[in-house]
Design a protein around this ligand. Structure first.
Ligand SMILES: Cc1cc2nc3c(=O)[nH]c(=O)nc-3n(C[C@H](O)[C@H](O)[C@H](O)COP(=O)(O)OP(=O)(O)OC[C@H]3O[C@@H](n4cnc5c(N)ncnc54)[C@H](O)[C@@H]3O)c2cc1C
Ligand code: SF4
Ligand code: SF4
Length: 474
């Protein structure tokens, strides 16, 4: 409770003396923005172009955009405590969940149009019909597959947004309109994991609403990576020569990128060809299964692409899903492969960001071994890890990792809290190292002046007295 109030206070504090410029410097220009649309919706002075939010007019430094951005301060632990009460299973790879199940819609129309088993759309329609929600923020598209954030308030509107758009979308941009113009009270949201982070902040304490949150049901989609619109415009239309207006569906499955055309033909290419169009910040993202959603839904782990795998996380998620099953909107099966989901999620969580060779070589100036540097940078990539996880990922004995972590701890490069190691902020690490280098250097200069110079001078004078006399005479 204490922590929750602290976070709420932080979200409500307006005198931080920071504004859009800080968001720009720390998030947008560092290619850390996930283009969720939250800042754009919260502030009339922020607009956007195709790839990023931008300031439209004078910024009074109110700091709302900075506080609510999912890529600034994010208290994961607090949200986990609030949402899961310690009741659910906890997995390193996929987070807290109460139950994993395979499911699909019981409605043929939905099944025909949906990306996989249509569970997302069926659940939303059920939640709307049963009065749990009165609207939902979704991601539709135009005729050229350009993503289009929409507010759906009927089952027809939900159905028109079915299907995955493999393009980053500012889905939350419609939030303000949904509560201010449509006066929606009980919103649902569907989105990829990074968007769920933004929604949880808004749900905790929204700057646009006096009531406690306007978001009710939060459905997360599994997501390994997402793309800029260039994937469709430059790659699919340009390189593959497929006009976007004739595409029925895109899919990513088993290492392949599929383009389904309206004439029922299919084009498929290896996923690695699409890599250069990936959204920048996706390569640092660790959340595959939308760990903070009420319900997370994907296809990996299900029997086939016509089914969904569903992780029921919060009590609200379990209750909503069960009632959709009880009323025959959704059918379930226990044929679901937890190991496959965990494996995919583990792969994403343990992706290592390679430090470039020049930086690595220069770091050796600090008189630190290559293995120590590697341990520090691996830990930085993971965010947080135990020695056993590090040893598994680095493929070295745990004993060795532990001894290096001990030495890094002494050097104040890492800290240990509750059995988990974290990297100390590199600006502190390097400042400390520079101070140490300066101390060592000053000590060396002092020794040279006090101990070495007088001795050498004495020897020199004693042995070269003629030369000195000669020099003086000259
Ligand atoms: C970018 C992206 C990457 C994904 N990666 C994986 C993966 O690696 N493995 C996996 O198993 N599943 C992945 N999924 C999830 C999968 O594609 C399906 O969305 C999921 O199985 C639900 O299927 P469904 O038939 O129930 O959805 P539907 O009933 O068809 O509903 C789909 C919903 O997704 C929403 N949506 C579509 N595109 C976006 C978007 N760009 N941003 C936010 N919301 C969107 C729509 O609003 C719609 O409500 C990904 C989805 C997306 C959008
Ligand atoms: S709030 Fe969303 S769109 Fe705005 S800077 Fe942060 S991540 Fe980007
Ligand atoms: S990979 Fe991560 S950052 Fe990228 S869209 Fe998916 S959830 Fe967001």
């Amino acid at each position: 409770m204490e922590m929750k109030n602290q976070v709420k206070n932080y979200l409500q504090t307006n005198d931080l003396d920071i504004g859009f410029q800080d968001l720009n410097d720390l998030v947008i220009n560092k290619q850390n923005c996930v283009f969720c649309g939250s800042c754009i919706s919260l502030c009339p002075r922020i607009g956007m172009n195709e790839k990023k939010p931008k300031l439209l007019e004078y910024d009074p430094e109110c700091s709302t955009c900075f506080r609510y951005c999912p890529r600034t301060y994010f208290p994961t632990e607090m949200f986990e405590k609030e949402l899961f009460n310690g009741d659910a299973n906890k997995s390193y790879s996929i987070g807290h969940y109460q139950r994993l199940v395979a499911a699909k819609s019981n409605d043929e129309t939905i099944l025909k149009r949906a990306q996989n088993g249509g569970v997302v759309s069926s659940l939303l329609i059920h939640a709307l019909d049963s009065g749990l929600i009165d609207g939902v923020l979704l991601t539709d598209k135009d005729d050229n597959w350009y993503p289009k954030p929409v507010i759906a308030r009927s089952s027809d509107e939900i159905l028109s947004s079915v299907g995955s758009k493999y393009t980053i979308s500012p889905t939350l941009i419609t939030y303000s309109e949904a509560i201010r113009e449509f006066k929606l009270e009980k919103l649902a949201f569907v989105g990829v994991p990074c968007q769920i982070h933004a929604v949880r902040k808004l749900q905790l304490s929204s700057p646009l609403s006096d009531e406690y949150g306007k978001f009710k049901l939060i459905i997360g989609l599994y997501c390994f990576s997402n793309y800029t619109y260039d994937l469709l415009k430059t790659f699919v239309q340009g390189e593959l020569g497929i006009p976007l207006s004739i595409v029925k569906k895109f899919d990513i499955s088993n290492g392949e990128f599929y383009v389904y055309l309206k004439d029922d033909s299919v084009k498929q290419v290896p996923i690695k060809l699409t890599k250069q169009y990936a959204w920048n910040s996706c390569q640092y993202c660790k959340d595959f299964s939308a760990e903070l959603a009420d319900i997370s839904i994907g296809s990996v782990g299900a029997l086939s692409n016509e089914w969904n795998s569903v992780l029921l996380r919060t009590d609200l998620g379990v209750k909503t899903f069960n009632s959709a099953v009880e009323t025959n909107k959704i059918i379930i099966s226990d044929k679901v492969d937890l190991f496959k989901i965990e494996k995919t999620a583990f792969r994403k969580k343990t992706r290592i960001t390679q430090i470039n060779k020049k930086t690595l070589n220069t770091m050796r100036l600090l008189d630190i071994s290559e293995f120590e540097i590697k341990t520090y940078t691996t830990l930085m990539s993971l965010g947080q890890a135990s020695e056993s996880l590090l040893s598994e990922i680095m493929k070295v004995e745990e004993k060795l990792v532990l001894s290096v972590l001990e030495s890094l701890k002494k050097r104040e490069w890492v800290i240990l809290t509750n059995g988990m190691y974290n990297c100390v902020d590199p600006s502190l690490v390097i400042r400390n190292e520079i101070n140490n280098l300066r101390k060592i250097f000053l000590e060396k200069i002092g020794k040279l002046n006090k101990e070495v110079l007088p001795n050498l001078e004495a020897i020199f004078v004693r042995n070269n007295i003629n030369q000195l006399r000669h020099k003086n005479e000259l």
